[in-house]
Design a protein around this ligand. Structure first.
Ligand code: BGC
Length: 716
């Protein structure tokens, strides 16, 4: 079919197929869905395929007076914190349904770049510092989206782990680190979920723009991994459309008439062959053929926002990570709660940039607690409401933070407004008349800009610190407890203040149902079961990339051209383990209102697999789910190996007190391999491997050794 269509098209038509349209949203913008992120051009009588962002829901701007409301799902970092591929698949399916119902053919998600740097501005749009967790969660997301006939687009391929100078920066990284850490999530997704498309990144990779990099787009992606979908550019990526098509890019986004002319001239002058255009055009045709538009689907324009709100709620609830709890949570029935901080009103659902959506409503923390009928100190909350209106102006609070956080100015949203606005006497009075304090701390980040290791970003502002000190002083004076609620885009420094509070609840940027989730977790209707998909460092200076501006340019120098991935494969916990650096909270960490015991480990080799099974028992008094993690320590042989690497994980079902579940997992020997750059082979070396089953990367509960006889080599 594709070949038949192709043979009927003129060269000009074929070139028009490989160059899209996109923003700006004026007369040259998308036509079928005005406000969508992009479309293919009108060629012959073929339908135009509509592409739109993004990772936390379907994003269509209100450019035609129409209200394109879409569910604001939890940010991807929350999805990864669930460690639950089933719930992530349900989220993907719901997003796919909304895309389908609005006539969108391809969703520009998921984002699967690695949290190499804790302060990358877009980390909330990405899953994890670990390639396996990113890949498994990403594959579930893609399966969900595609199960309803909408395409998914894992992005940004590859090595786009920072926003600073993202359009021109050259990421310099060893082939081993690239393959084991940065390409791995894409590889897992391509092999397990067969995405329709992949988005090439803005940056250069080892000297060549990712979208102009034949090794990446053709050799690795297609020849080695068998990818049979379409590669599109990120919006405006690269500097040479001819090289892009030659390297294996199929669709240049958002495209322009100038690019069409450039490609036509290149074919005429012989710089580009018609076969190369045909190859890309055929892949665009194949995408068109798969699209709902081609199959005559008529969008209902009525997505089931109520059903999807429930899915968004469930995923956000499963992604809550309890970082600390000195017995205060869940709160006692009828407890009087004093809510401090502007975040109770200005609750952040998502970060800024292309990954936002327009939900019909957002349940703030204050609204969520009220809706549940909890006993809030209304007078105190009203003080914060009035204060915020003064600081932001009514317009700004609702427009910038709830509806359209993608609209800059960043300065307005990045720095939290003053929080410590009450006198000592007032706080003392509030402490007397309430049972518990909850302090909301917020941090927002977004596309186009990285966070900074400064006060008001990675560190608390002096004002936030003094609020925490003051509230703790008076509440503790009257024997009452203090809970911190972290409504944040990524890790912040916690060590210097965590002893002042009794509990810390991390909700990240949880989407539109934020307040309901917080209310249910506070009173124990939801028992937290999320675990950290990233390390929380004690201090910025503990992060490997803080050591040299070459390894993480931006702080300073402000205008870098190159970023070297100096830590190589030692990213996240792999670094902290290797160098014996104690994190504040380690990868995989998260508490529950109950306790779990691990027992009866069995490890067996079965052909080219290792079977690991063990039991988890709920030893406490609340029903709960536990994220179990299997790490493997490989022998140090020819290739240096990390202390441990996550090789499998599984969340239990909801276990009642004293209920047990037997977890059975399989690990392919092949997945223990490291990449040998000299031999250009994946290698599993012979020797003794330690299988570690844990509740986190540092809370290992069961261990057993197993021997692998005979070194194995696998072709990439
Ligand atoms: C972002 C992509 C996004 C695209 C279209 C780019 O700036 O990097 O993630 O899909 O815009 O909105």
């Amino acid at each position: 079919m594709v070949q038949e269509l192709l043979s009927k098209l003129s060269l000009e038509e074929k070139v028009n197929l490989v160059v899209g349209v996109g923003r700006p949203y004026g007369p040259n913008g998308p036509k079928r869905i005005p406000g969508a992120t992009g479309e293919t051009r009108l060629v012959d009588k073929l339908p135009r395929v509509v592409l739109t962002d993004g990772p936390s829901g379907v994003r269509i701007e209100f450019v035609d007076g129409r209200e394109w409301y879409a569910t604001s799902f939890p940010s991807p970092v929350v999805l990864a914190s669930t460690w639950n591929p089933e719930i992530v698949e349900a989220v993907g399916r719901a997003m796919g349904e909304e895309a389908r119902d609005y006539g969108v053919d391809v969703l520009l998600a998921p984002g699967v770049n690695i949290h190499r740097h804790p302060l990358c501005g877009r980390n909330f749009e990405y899953f994890s510092e670990d390639p396996l967790l990113s890949g498994v969660i990403g594959a579930a997301f893609v399966r969900g989206v595609q199960s309803v006939g909408v395409g998914a687009t894992p992005k940004h391929f590859a090595a786009n782990e920072q926003e600073t100078n993202r359009l021109i920066i050259d990421t310099v990284v060893s082939e081993r680190a690239l393959r084991e850490i940065y390409l791995k999530p894409f590889e897992i997704i391509v092999k397990k979920a067969r995405p329709w498309a992949i988005m090439g990144a803005y940056n250069k990779l080892n000297g060549k723009y990712a979208t102009q990099n034949e090794w990446l787009l053709t050799k690795v992606l297609r020849e080695e991994w068998g990818f049979d979908g379409l590669v599109m550019t990120d919006w405006g990526a690269g500097d040479n459309p001819v090289e892009q098509i030659k390297a294996g890019t199929d669709l240049i986004m958002p495209g322009s008439d100038i690019i069409v002319v450039t490609l036509l001239e290149a074919v005429k002058s012989g710089d580009l062959s018609e076969e190369e255009i045909d190859r890309a055009a055929a892949r665009v045709l194949k995408l068109i053929e798969k699209s709902l538009a081609y199959r005559g689907h008529r969008p209902s324009m009525k997505p089931d926002l109520e059903k999807h709100a429930r899915i968004a709620y469930e995923a956000a609830a499963e992604g809550v990570v309890l970082l600390k709890n000195n017995g205060v949570l869940p709160l006692k029935k009828g407890a009087r709660i004093a809510l401090f901080g502007t975040g109770q009103v200005e609750t952040l659902r998502v970060g800024t940039g292309s990954g936002h959506t327009h939900p019909k409503r957002v349940v703030t923390i204050l609204e969520g607690l009220k809706e549940k009928g909890l006993r809030i100190d209304e007078e105190l909350s009203a003080i914060y409401e009035r204060h915020l209106l003064e600081v932001r102006g009514k317009q700004l609070v609702s427009r910038f933070l709830y509806d359209e956080p993608h609209r800059w100015p960043y300065t307005l949203v990045a720095q939290p407004p003053p929080q410590d606005i009450l006198k000592d006497e007032q706080v003392e009075e509030i402490a007397k008349r309430n049972d518990v304090a909850a302090i909301v701390i917020t941090r927002l980040s977004g596309e186009g800009m990285d966070r900074k290791p400064v006060k008001g970003d990675f560190y608390l502002t002096d004002d936030e610190r003094s609020l925490i000190e003051k509230v703790s002083r008076y509440f503790h004076k009257y024997g009452k407890k203090v809970v911190a609620i972290l409504n944040i885009c990524g890790p912040i420094e916690v060590v210097s203040w965590r002893d002042l509070v009794d509990a810390i609840l991390l909700i990240w940027l949880p989407g539109q149902e934020a307040g309901r989730v917080v209310a249910d977790v506070l009173v124990g209707d939801v028992n937290p079961s999320g675990k950290l998909p990233v390390t929380f460092p004690k201090d910025w200076s503990d992060v490997p990339i803080s050591k040299s501006p070459e390894c993480y340019p931006g702080v300073p120098p402000e205008d870098p051209r190159v970023v070297k991935y100096c830590e190589d494969i030692y990213v996240g916990y792999r670094y902290f383990d290797k160098h014996g650096v104690e994190p504040a909270y380690e990868f995989g960490y998260g508490l529950s209102y109950t306790e779990f015991e691990y027992r009866n480990l069995r490890v067996e080799k079965d052909g080219e697999k290792i079977r690991v099974s063990f039991e988890v028992v709920n030893k406490g008094s609340y029903p709960g789910k536990e994220v179990t993690q299997v790490y493997i320590k490989a022998p140090q042989g020819r290739l240096e190996k990390p202390e441990k690497e996550l090789k499998a994980f599984k969340k239990t079902r909801l276990l009642k007190p004293s209920e047990a579940e037997r977890i059975e997992l399989e690990i392919e020997l092949r997945d223990l391999a490291s990449f040998d750059e000299k031999e250009k082979m994946w290698v599993v070396e012979e020797g003794e491997y330690e299988v570690m089953v844990g509740a986190s990367s540092r809370d290992i509960r069961l261990r057993e050794k197993i021997r692998i006889e005979g070194t194995r080599n696998y072709k990439p």
